[in-house]
Design a binder for this molecule. Sequence first.
Ligand code: ATP
Length: 323
Amino acid sequence: MKNIAVLTSGGDSPGMNACIRAVVRTCKYNGINAFGIMRGYQGMIEGDIKELQSMDVSNIIQRGGTILKTARSKEFRTPEGREKAYQSLIKHNIDGLVLIGGDGTCRGAVEFFKTYNIPAMATPGTIDNDLAGSDYTIGFDTAINTAVEAIDKIRDTADSHDRIFIVEVMGRDAGYIALHSGLACGAENILIPERRDTMQEVIKRIADNTKRKKLMSIIVVAEGDELGGAMHVDKYLKEYFGNIDTRVSILGHIQRGGSPSCADRILASRTGYAAVMGLLQGRSQEMVGVINDQIAYTPFTEVVKLRLPMKDDMMEMIKVLSS
Ligand code: ATP
Protein backbone atom coordinates (compact mmCIF):
# COMPACT_ATOMS: atom_id res chain seq x y z
CA MET A 1 0.00 0.00 0.00
CA LYS A 2 1.48 3.34 -1.09
CA ASN A 3 -1.30 5.91 -1.34
CA ILE A 4 -4.04 6.27 1.28
CA ALA A 5 -6.85 8.82 0.86
CA VAL A 6 -9.09 10.16 3.60
CA LEU A 7 -12.51 11.81 3.34
CA THR A 8 -15.19 13.20 5.65
CA SER A 9 -18.81 12.47 4.75
CA GLY A 10 -22.37 13.16 5.96
CA GLY A 11 -22.91 15.74 8.70
CA ASP A 12 -19.78 17.38 10.10
CA SER A 13 -18.82 16.64 13.67
CA PRO A 14 -16.28 18.20 16.03
CA GLY A 15 -13.17 16.03 16.03
CA MET A 16 -13.17 15.20 12.32
CA ASN A 17 -10.06 17.39 11.90
CA ALA A 18 -8.27 15.57 14.71
CA CYS A 19 -9.06 12.31 12.90
CA ILE A 20 -7.77 13.62 9.54
CA ARG A 21 -4.58 14.72 11.30
CA ALA A 22 -4.11 11.26 12.85
CA VAL A 23 -4.63 9.56 9.48
CA VAL A 24 -2.16 11.80 7.65
CA ARG A 25 0.50 11.66 10.38
CA THR A 26 0.22 7.85 10.69
CA CYS A 27 0.58 7.49 6.91
CA LYS A 28 3.63 9.74 6.83
CA TYR A 29 5.28 7.97 9.77
CA ASN A 30 4.92 4.69 7.86
CA GLY A 31 6.24 6.05 4.56
CA ILE A 32 2.80 6.18 2.87
CA ASN A 33 1.58 9.08 0.74
CA ALA A 34 -1.56 10.69 2.19
CA PHE A 35 -4.33 12.27 0.11
CA GLY A 36 -7.41 14.26 1.07
CA ILE A 37 -10.66 13.84 -0.86
CA MET A 38 -12.74 17.03 -0.71
CA ARG A 39 -16.51 17.01 0.03
CA GLY A 40 -16.88 13.31 0.80
CA TYR A 41 -18.16 10.93 -1.87
CA GLN A 42 -19.05 13.87 -4.13
CA GLY A 43 -15.39 14.92 -4.30
CA MET A 44 -14.45 11.31 -4.97
CA ILE A 45 -16.80 11.33 -7.98
CA GLU A 46 -15.38 14.65 -9.22
CA GLY A 47 -11.76 13.64 -8.63
CA ASP A 48 -11.26 16.51 -6.15
CA ILE A 49 -8.26 14.86 -4.51
CA LYS A 50 -5.04 16.47 -3.27
CA GLU A 51 -1.91 15.22 -1.58
CA LEU A 52 -1.51 16.16 2.09
CA GLN A 53 1.75 16.66 3.93
CA SER A 54 2.27 16.58 7.70
CA MET A 55 2.28 20.38 7.80
CA ASP A 56 -1.14 20.53 6.08
CA VAL A 57 -2.71 19.04 9.20
CA SER A 58 -0.77 21.16 11.67
CA ASN A 59 -2.82 23.37 14.00
CA ILE A 60 -6.17 21.71 13.20
CA ILE A 61 -6.60 19.31 16.15
CA GLN A 62 -8.51 21.99 18.10
CA ARG A 63 -10.71 23.15 15.20
CA GLY A 64 -14.35 22.11 14.68
CA GLY A 65 -15.77 21.29 11.24
CA THR A 66 -13.60 19.57 8.65
CA ILE A 67 -10.78 21.01 6.53
CA LEU A 68 -11.76 18.49 3.81
CA LYS A 69 -15.37 19.82 3.79
CA THR A 70 -18.23 17.35 3.71
CA ALA A 71 -21.29 16.71 1.57
CA ARG A 72 -24.29 14.47 1.13
CA SER A 73 -23.90 13.03 -2.39
CA LYS A 74 -26.99 11.90 -4.29
CA GLU A 75 -24.84 10.83 -7.23
CA PHE A 76 -22.92 8.30 -5.13
CA ARG A 77 -26.21 6.47 -4.57
CA THR A 78 -26.21 5.57 -8.30
CA PRO A 79 -24.03 2.89 -9.97
CA GLU A 80 -22.85 5.54 -12.48
CA GLY A 81 -21.70 7.83 -9.65
CA ARG A 82 -19.83 5.04 -7.91
CA GLU A 83 -18.15 4.05 -11.20
CA LYS A 84 -16.92 7.65 -11.62
CA ALA A 85 -15.67 7.63 -8.02
CA TYR A 86 -13.76 4.39 -8.65
CA GLN A 87 -12.16 5.82 -11.81
CA SER A 88 -11.00 8.89 -9.82
CA LEU A 89 -9.32 6.66 -7.24
CA ILE A 90 -7.60 4.62 -9.97
CA LYS A 91 -6.41 7.83 -11.69
CA HIS A 92 -4.76 8.98 -8.45
CA ASN A 93 -3.36 5.49 -7.68
CA ILE A 94 -5.26 5.38 -4.39
CA ASP A 95 -4.90 1.90 -2.89
CA GLY A 96 -6.41 2.50 0.55
CA LEU A 97 -9.26 4.62 1.96
CA VAL A 98 -10.21 6.02 5.34
CA LEU A 99 -13.84 7.14 5.54
CA ILE A 100 -14.83 9.42 8.42
CA GLY A 101 -18.61 9.52 8.79
CA GLY A 102 -21.78 7.98 10.16
CA ASP A 103 -23.99 5.03 9.23
CA GLY A 104 -24.89 6.52 5.83
CA THR A 105 -21.19 6.72 4.98
CA CYS A 106 -20.80 3.02 5.88
CA ARG A 107 -23.94 2.22 3.83
CA GLY A 108 -22.37 3.98 0.83
CA ALA A 109 -19.19 1.96 1.39
CA VAL A 110 -21.16 -1.31 1.46
CA GLU A 111 -22.69 -0.44 -1.95
CA PHE A 112 -19.29 0.59 -3.38
CA PHE A 113 -17.55 -2.62 -2.29
CA LYS A 114 -20.20 -4.80 -3.89
CA THR A 115 -18.53 -3.84 -7.17
CA TYR A 116 -15.08 -2.40 -6.43
CA ASN A 117 -12.28 -3.61 -4.26
CA ILE A 118 -10.12 -0.90 -2.77
CA PRO A 119 -9.28 -1.58 0.89
CA ALA A 120 -11.14 0.80 3.18
CA MET A 121 -11.59 1.45 6.88
CA ALA A 122 -14.02 3.85 8.52
CA THR A 123 -14.02 5.86 11.74
CA PRO A 124 -17.24 6.84 13.57
CA GLY A 125 -17.57 10.53 12.64
CA THR A 126 -21.06 11.65 13.70
CA ILE A 127 -22.53 13.61 16.60
CA ASP A 128 -25.44 11.15 16.80
CA ASN A 129 -23.65 8.38 18.76
CA ASP A 130 -25.89 5.84 17.01
CA LEU A 131 -23.27 3.46 15.58
CA ALA A 132 -22.94 -0.15 16.59
CA GLY A 133 -19.22 -0.85 16.95
CA SER A 134 -18.22 2.05 19.19
CA ASP A 135 -19.29 3.11 22.67
CA TYR A 136 -19.05 6.73 21.55
CA THR A 137 -18.74 8.50 18.21
CA ILE A 138 -16.47 11.39 17.28
CA GLY A 139 -18.27 14.67 18.06
CA PHE A 140 -20.91 13.33 20.44
CA ASP A 141 -19.14 14.46 23.61
CA THR A 142 -18.67 17.98 22.26
CA ALA A 143 -22.28 18.15 21.06
CA ILE A 144 -23.75 17.11 24.42
CA ASN A 145 -21.52 19.56 26.27
CA THR A 146 -22.70 22.35 23.96
CA ALA A 147 -26.31 21.33 24.59
CA VAL A 148 -25.75 21.13 28.36
CA GLU A 149 -24.22 24.61 28.47
CA ALA A 150 -27.21 26.01 26.57
CA ILE A 151 -29.84 24.16 28.63
CA ASP A 152 -28.23 25.28 31.91
CA LYS A 153 -28.64 28.87 30.75
CA ILE A 154 -32.23 28.25 29.71
CA ARG A 155 -32.94 26.75 33.15
CA ASP A 156 -31.89 30.02 34.81
CA THR A 157 -34.50 31.99 32.91
CA ALA A 158 -37.10 29.20 33.21
CA ASP A 159 -36.65 29.24 36.98
CA SER A 160 -36.78 33.04 37.26
CA HIS A 161 -40.08 33.25 35.36
CA ASP A 162 -41.60 29.93 36.50
CA ARG A 163 -41.86 28.93 32.87
CA ILE A 164 -41.89 25.68 30.96
CA PHE A 165 -39.17 25.48 28.31
CA ILE A 166 -39.28 22.93 25.54
CA VAL A 167 -35.76 22.51 24.22
CA GLU A 168 -35.21 20.67 20.95
CA VAL A 169 -31.84 19.02 20.38
CA MET A 170 -30.48 17.22 17.32
CA GLY A 171 -31.26 13.56 16.62
CA ARG A 172 -33.52 12.66 13.71
CA ASP A 173 -33.40 8.92 14.37
CA ALA A 174 -31.42 8.68 17.58
CA GLY A 175 -32.12 10.13 21.00
CA TYR A 176 -28.64 9.94 22.52
CA ILE A 177 -28.05 13.70 22.50
CA ALA A 178 -31.44 14.30 24.13
CA LEU A 179 -30.96 11.50 26.66
CA HIS A 180 -27.45 12.49 27.76
CA SER A 181 -27.94 16.26 27.75
CA GLY A 182 -31.35 15.90 29.41
CA LEU A 183 -29.99 13.68 32.18
CA ALA A 184 -26.98 15.95 32.70
CA CYS A 185 -29.24 19.01 33.00
CA GLY A 186 -31.81 17.39 35.28
CA ALA A 187 -34.59 17.84 32.71
CA GLU A 188 -38.11 17.15 33.98
CA ASN A 189 -39.04 15.35 30.73
CA ILE A 190 -36.87 13.75 28.04
CA LEU A 191 -38.56 12.71 24.80
CA ILE A 192 -36.60 10.41 22.50
CA PRO A 193 -37.48 8.34 19.40
CA GLU A 194 -36.33 5.08 21.03
CA ARG A 195 -39.01 5.31 23.72
CA ARG A 196 -42.70 5.66 23.05
CA ASP A 197 -43.80 8.62 25.14
CA THR A 198 -47.35 9.85 25.35
CA MET A 199 -48.44 13.43 25.80
CA GLN A 200 -50.54 12.19 28.75
CA GLU A 201 -47.32 11.28 30.62
CA VAL A 202 -45.81 14.70 29.93
CA ILE A 203 -49.03 16.44 30.97
CA LYS A 204 -49.29 14.34 34.15
CA ARG A 205 -45.74 15.21 35.15
CA ILE A 206 -46.35 18.93 34.64
CA ALA A 207 -49.60 18.71 36.59
CA ASP A 208 -47.89 16.78 39.44
CA ASN A 209 -45.11 19.37 39.57
CA THR A 210 -47.61 22.21 39.62
CA LYS A 211 -49.39 20.58 42.59
CA ARG A 212 -46.14 20.66 44.57
CA LYS A 213 -45.55 24.25 43.49
CA LYS A 214 -42.77 23.48 41.04
CA LEU A 215 -43.87 25.66 38.16
CA MET A 216 -40.76 25.68 36.01
CA SER A 217 -39.90 22.71 33.89
CA ILE A 218 -37.44 21.73 31.16
CA ILE A 219 -38.60 19.32 28.48
CA VAL A 220 -35.75 18.09 26.26
CA VAL A 221 -37.04 16.64 23.01
CA ALA A 222 -35.06 14.99 20.21
CA GLU A 223 -35.98 16.44 16.81
CA GLY A 224 -37.01 12.95 15.60
CA ASP A 225 -39.24 12.06 18.55
CA GLU A 226 -42.54 10.47 17.49
CA LEU A 227 -44.50 13.24 19.24
CA GLY A 228 -43.00 15.69 16.75
CA GLY A 229 -40.37 18.30 17.55
CA ALA A 230 -40.54 21.05 20.17
CA MET A 231 -43.16 23.07 18.25
CA HIS A 232 -45.57 20.12 18.27
CA VAL A 233 -45.08 19.45 21.97
CA ASP A 234 -45.67 23.16 22.67
CA LYS A 235 -48.87 23.10 20.63
CA TYR A 236 -50.22 20.08 22.56
CA LEU A 237 -49.46 21.72 25.90
CA LYS A 238 -51.07 25.01 24.91
CA GLU A 239 -54.16 23.19 23.65
CA TYR A 240 -54.44 21.13 26.84
CA PHE A 241 -53.64 23.71 29.53
CA GLY A 242 -54.98 26.79 27.77
CA ASN A 243 -53.10 29.66 29.40
CA ILE A 244 -49.82 27.82 30.13
CA ASP A 245 -46.61 29.91 29.95
CA THR A 246 -44.24 28.01 27.64
CA ARG A 247 -41.28 28.88 25.47
CA VAL A 248 -39.61 26.87 22.72
CA SER A 249 -35.88 26.83 22.12
CA ILE A 250 -34.44 24.92 19.17
CA LEU A 251 -30.69 24.58 19.67
CA GLY A 252 -29.99 23.62 16.05
CA HIS A 253 -26.59 23.72 14.42
CA ILE A 254 -24.62 25.12 17.35
CA GLN A 255 -24.51 21.47 18.42
CA ARG A 256 -22.33 20.59 15.42
CA GLY A 257 -19.77 23.36 15.77
CA GLY A 258 -17.06 24.40 18.15
CA SER A 259 -13.72 23.18 19.31
CA PRO A 260 -13.78 19.42 19.99
CA SER A 261 -13.65 18.27 23.62
CA CYS A 262 -10.63 16.40 24.92
CA ALA A 263 -12.58 13.11 24.77
CA ASP A 264 -13.45 13.69 21.10
CA ARG A 265 -9.87 14.59 20.17
CA ILE A 266 -8.57 11.41 21.81
CA LEU A 267 -11.27 9.20 20.23
CA ALA A 268 -10.61 10.78 16.81
CA SER A 269 -6.85 10.32 17.15
CA ARG A 270 -7.11 6.72 18.34
CA THR A 271 -9.53 5.62 15.62
CA GLY A 272 -7.71 7.55 12.84
CA TYR A 273 -4.43 5.96 13.83
CA ALA A 274 -5.98 2.48 14.12
CA ALA A 275 -7.73 2.83 10.74
CA VAL A 276 -4.41 3.35 8.94
CA MET A 277 -2.64 0.66 10.97
CA GLY A 278 -5.53 -1.68 10.15
CA LEU A 279 -5.13 -1.02 6.41
CA LEU A 280 -1.39 -1.69 6.67
CA GLN A 281 -2.15 -4.99 8.45
CA GLY A 282 -4.44 -6.03 5.58
CA ARG A 283 -7.79 -5.20 7.19
CA SER A 284 -10.62 -3.81 5.07
CA GLN A 285 -14.32 -2.88 5.11
CA GLU A 286 -14.45 -2.40 8.85
CA MET A 287 -15.26 0.51 11.10
CA VAL A 288 -12.79 1.19 13.89
CA GLY A 289 -14.45 2.01 17.19
CA VAL A 290 -13.59 1.98 20.87
CA ILE A 291 -15.48 -0.48 23.06
CA ASN A 292 -14.65 -0.72 26.78
CA ASP A 293 -11.62 1.47 26.08
CA GLN A 294 -10.22 -1.05 23.56
CA ILE A 295 -9.95 -0.59 19.80
CA ALA A 296 -12.66 -2.71 18.14
CA TYR A 297 -13.30 -3.55 14.47
CA THR A 298 -16.83 -4.04 13.13
CA PRO A 299 -17.58 -4.97 9.48
CA PHE A 300 -19.44 -2.25 7.53
CA THR A 301 -22.21 -4.77 6.88
CA GLU A 302 -22.77 -5.12 10.65
CA VAL A 303 -22.53 -1.38 11.32
CA VAL A 304 -25.39 -0.68 8.90
CA LYS A 305 -27.50 -3.59 10.19
CA LEU A 306 -27.19 -3.16 13.94
CA ARG A 307 -28.41 -0.26 16.00
CA LEU A 308 -26.70 0.77 19.19
CA PRO A 309 -29.26 -0.22 21.85
CA MET A 310 -30.28 2.37 24.44
CA LYS A 311 -28.95 1.35 27.83
CA ASP A 312 -31.82 0.08 30.00
CA ASP A 313 -30.48 1.66 33.18
CA MET A 314 -30.38 5.08 31.50
CA MET A 315 -33.97 4.67 30.31
CA GLU A 316 -35.09 3.74 33.82
CA MET A 317 -33.17 6.69 35.25
CA ILE A 318 -35.16 9.16 33.13
CA LYS A 319 -38.31 8.13 35.00
CA VAL A 320 -36.75 8.03 38.46
CA LEU A 321 -34.58 11.14 38.47
CA SER A 322 -37.08 13.45 36.84
CA SER A 323 -39.90 12.48 39.21
P1 ATP B 1 -24.56 11.70 9.88
O1 ATP B 1 -24.76 10.65 10.94
O2 ATP B 1 -23.84 12.87 10.37
O3 ATP B 1 -25.83 12.06 9.15
P2 ATP B 1 -23.91 9.92 7.72
O4 ATP B 1 -22.64 9.30 7.27
O5 ATP B 1 -24.96 8.99 8.26
O6 ATP B 1 -23.55 11.05 8.79
P3 ATP B 1 -25.48 10.40 5.31
O7 ATP B 1 -25.78 11.67 4.58
O8 ATP B 1 -26.60 9.54 5.75
O9 ATP B 1 -24.52 10.80 6.54
O10 ATP B 1 -24.53 9.52 4.36
C1 ATP B 1 -23.36 10.08 3.78
C2 ATP B 1 -23.34 9.77 2.31
O11 ATP B 1 -23.19 8.37 2.11
C3 ATP B 1 -24.60 10.14 1.54
O12 ATP B 1 -24.65 11.51 1.21
C4 ATP B 1 -24.46 9.27 0.30
O13 ATP B 1 -23.60 9.85 -0.65
C5 ATP B 1 -23.78 8.01 0.86
N1 ATP B 1 -24.79 6.96 1.06
C6 ATP B 1 -25.64 6.79 2.09
N2 ATP B 1 -26.44 5.73 1.89
C7 ATP B 1 -26.11 5.22 0.69
C8 ATP B 1 -26.57 4.10 -0.09
N3 ATP B 1 -27.55 3.31 0.31
N4 ATP B 1 -25.96 3.89 -1.28
C9 ATP B 1 -24.95 4.66 -1.72
N5 ATP B 1 -24.49 5.72 -1.04
C10 ATP B 1 -25.04 6.00 0.15
